[in-house]
Write a protein that binds this ligand. Structure first.
Ligand SMILES: [Zn+2]
Length: 506
């Protein structure tokens, strides 16, 4: 295991915790050592490693400036894990009062193979109240040969009485630059060749944990060999970078629906994991938003892409709320039903650009002609704004449309979504069902991809086969209100009577 091999052997090798190791080294060098230490901090930041260095330094026969020699018999015994007087306890599995009582009984005995007994209690916050009380008594008057190092990832769960008995050190997340430096050193020693960008990606993924970073490096090399490319690293970390995510972010900022849909289709055709691609686009947009807000994350892998998109967004006057809305729209895309299907991404792009409550935009969505300042009304249509009394005001056509949408969506979440607030009933004829769409994109999608679905569900509702006819209308225009009132709608309303119109929520 790479981590075990490169575990720091001296204080000078502990990365990112200089504030702690300097103090400890000085205390050990001058013999002013406390009998109880409390190390708190996130996992993998060096608490246990530092505790073992302290244990060696307390017993080293050749201590130099507070650093253990790692060669004398006590140092070697501790390094090998064979020293009887370094007692490591995991409080997560030995948390009861009996475990601590046992410790108290044995602590009085003189050390057997070392000069000093060192008790390392990991995850000490897991102890029971009774165990804490027993421990407290020991901490109040430890025998001169006994030293305690308590470690915890959850300091707030350690009783104040215990904390006050200890000299406390807070371990920090290791800065990415320090992790990268250490990884570069290890890679050099091991003969790995990893690009700087790849090392940074590993550091970011490790979230300040040195142990995780080294383990990730090991996984990358195990999978891609000694000289992985940046793409290999990103792939191993599940951070594949697809430049089209930036292109899609640009299309969303420019409100170019044609370009956005073309990218979504192309990505799907290439067999790319669309959910991951969508998340990556969200990452670019999120970093863009932060940059627009003046709080960029220079360490993000999407930083360069976001910087380019952000300058474009600022140029085009794209507002922060607008970017946030686009992120929210993309985040709603659900790929669980069919991971290879780009339709949820297409719908998300359409919603982000056109807005769910936009009035009809007669111009076809093509590069450069997309509407710029779209009025966005949330929540969108298709989501009943208010259940109950409001439903009574629904016309038979509206009730029919809502029921048709619900049925189609239930039958096929992905396709049904194209009907969400995108159209209205114009006419229900003996043989035809005519729907009017507010936007040509929705019309084409339903006409082409959802025809069978709509016709099947309409047949179930009406009890007879109807053929779907589509045309474009303007929302709320007189043309769209020209529905012939007549028997068929009454019939439709009756068909709906079997199911309650007022469906609460959505
Ligand atoms: Zn030594």
């Amino acid at each position: 295991m790479l981590y075990g091999k490169w575990r720091p052997r001296g204080f000078d090798e502990v990365v990112g915790q200089e504030h702690i190791v300097t103090t400890l080294r000085n205390a050990l060098a001058t013999g002013q050592v406390a009998h109880a230490y409390l190390f708190s901090g996130p996992r993998g930041t060096g608490k246990t490693t530092t505790a073992r260095i302290v244990a060696r330094a307390l017993n080293c026969l050749d201590l130099r400036n507070g650093e253990p020699c790692n060669r004398c018999a006590p140092c070697v015994a501790i390094l090998k894990g064979s020293a009887l007087d370094l007692i490591e306890m995991d409080a997560a599995s030995n948390r009861g009062i009996d475990d601590i009582r046992d410790l108290r009984e044995k602590i009085a005995f003189a050390p057997s193979d070392l000069q000093r007994k060192v008790y390392l209690l990991d995850e000490v916050h897991m102890l029971t109240d009774g165990a804490f009380n027993a421990l407290l008594k020991t901490l109040e008057e430890p025998p001169p040969h006994a030293f305690f190092i308590l470690a915890t990832t959850e300091l707030h769960k350690v009783p104040a009485t215990i904390v006050s008995r200890c000299q406390r050190y807070d371990f920090h997340r290791v800065p990415n630059s320090a992790i990268v430096e250490r990884l570069r050193f290890i890679a050099g020693e091991e003969g790995f060749s990893v690009p700087a960008e790849g090392l940074l990606a590993i550091a970011i993924q490790a979230r300040g944990g040195m142990r995780d970073a080294i383990t990730l490096l090991e996984q990358v090399v195990a999978r891609y060999g000694m000289a992985p490319s940046t793409d290999d690293v990103l792939a191993a970390l599940g951070m594949v970078h697809d430049e089209r995510s930036e292109a899609l972010a640009v299309a969303l900022v420019e409100e170019d629906l044609g370009a956005a849909l073309a990218i979504a289709r192309q990505v799907a055709d290439d067999g790319v994991d669309i959910a991951r691609f969508t998340r990556e686009t969200i990452d670019v947009l999120r970093d863009t938003l932060l940059k627009v807000l003046g709080a960029p994350r220079p360490e993000s892998p999407q930083h360069d892409a976001a910087a380019r998109v952000a300058s474009l967004a600022l140029e085009r006057g794209a507002s922060a709320p607008r970017l946030a809305a686009s992120i929210a729209d993309l985040a709603k895309a659900d790929f669980r039903l069919d991971p290879a299907n780009p339709v949820p991404l297409e719908i998300a792009c359409a919603t982000a650009i056109l807005g769910p409550g936009t009035s009809a935009a007669p111009a076809a969505p093509s590069a450069g002609s997309a509407p710029r300042a779209v009025q966005r009304a949330r929540p969108g249509p298709g989501q009943p704004a208010a259940a109950g009394p409001a439903d009574a005001a629904l016309s038979a056509e509206e009730a029919f449309m809502r029921e048709l949408y619900e049925r189609c969506r239930t039958a096929n979440t992905v396709l049904g979504a194209w009907l969400n607030g995108s159209c209205e009933v114009i006419a229900i004829g003996q043989e035809d069902l005519e729907l009017g769409f507010y936007h040509p994109l929705h019309m084409q999608k339903v006409d082409k991809d959802c025809r069978t679905l709509v016709e099947q569900q309409a047949e179930l509702m009406l009890g007879r086969a109807v053929r779907l006819k589509v045309r474009q209308v303007e929302r709320g225009s007189p043309a769209s209100r020209r529905a012939p009132k007549g028997g068929h709608l009454v019939e439709a309303a009756r068909a709906l009577g079997a199911t309650p119109v007022a469906k609460d929520g959505d």
